[in-house]
Design a binder for this molecule. Sequence first.
Ligand code: AMP
Length: 356
Amino acid sequence: MIRKTIHDILASYDKNDLTIATVCSHSSLQIFHGAKQEGFRTLGIVVGEQRRRFYDAFPLGKPDEFLMVENYKEILTLTKELQDQNTIVIPHGSFVEYLGPDMFMTLQLPTFGNRDVLMWESDRDKERIWLEGAGLTMPYEVKNPKDIHNPVIVKYHGAKGGKGFFIAKTYAEFKKRIQSDKPYTIQEFVMGTRYYLHYFYSPIQQNAYKLSKGSLQMLSMDRRDETTIDEVQRLGSIAELEEIGIHPTFVVTGNIPIVMRESLLPKVFQMGEQVVEKSLSLFGGIIGSFCLETVVTENLEFKVFEISARIVAGTNPYITGSPYSDFIMPNLSTGRRIAQEIHYASQHDQLEEILS
Ligand code: AMP
């Protein structure tokens, strides 16, 4: 139903006069900057003057125009106006969160990527069917808390940015901390180093790592900076702190650039390929940017604990390119790569294949 609507909206667009829009947050500076580099008009949807003001300090990342709204739901009432400007929306994590998944799914504006990915990514069981079905290794799940015999991480469903997650090493520790009124998942806590891998899949271009349809790039990778877990040792060991009731948390506050041993790259591409190929058979394919959140163990095995199916904020350190994208072209951010894909698709009459 929504596909037909989007098809009709796109048919009415002037493809030589497109506007790239997103919500002012998350990776918006990069999205606007990249869109401008590729010659698009840009529009920032923003709630509140205070949020708008700081864009003045970043002229190259500032959208050409702002659309001030009282709250994000108001976007739904403004779609006609946005359609009149031939607007294409670039969704990012905050965009989907602020609007809410249900409203995002019904948004009557062409959006970059495949909306159907949302239900595969937001439901932990479906996500596991997808990723394990693709052949990736995920941390094992503990169904019964009484079976906790090794460190686990407890994740509340729908929790954003790692909020409220906790580590337990025994059933007793789990019982002490759990808020059983909220649904949760218990997952093996994987010991190793974290790498958040930023891929870009084009179903319409053949100029990178070739897949059964289209091709795959790996544009960059980061490590998240998470408070308090990443700095908690400044105060004492976790065990000491837990004794006095101080527990580490996993709230993301920033992103750190990183590169990986080159010998691991074949595996990185293989994992990306498996995820894309499986997505093609499950729901017509993930499109554009996505991120695999991984831990590499001491045996150099990847365990994938999460997928984000759109641009992640971990790409923000790479506005002028990364040690990987520099081998594709200079100054290639993920924001710019998205704009390039839209540009290519509009020139080849293939917008429908990358928008939904
Ligand atoms: P998530 O919301 O699933 O991205 O998890 C938030 C943070 O918790 C991650 O960025 C990691 O630092 C940590 N984390 C999540 N799952 C695991 C795991 N299975 N093993 C170790 N650390 C994890």
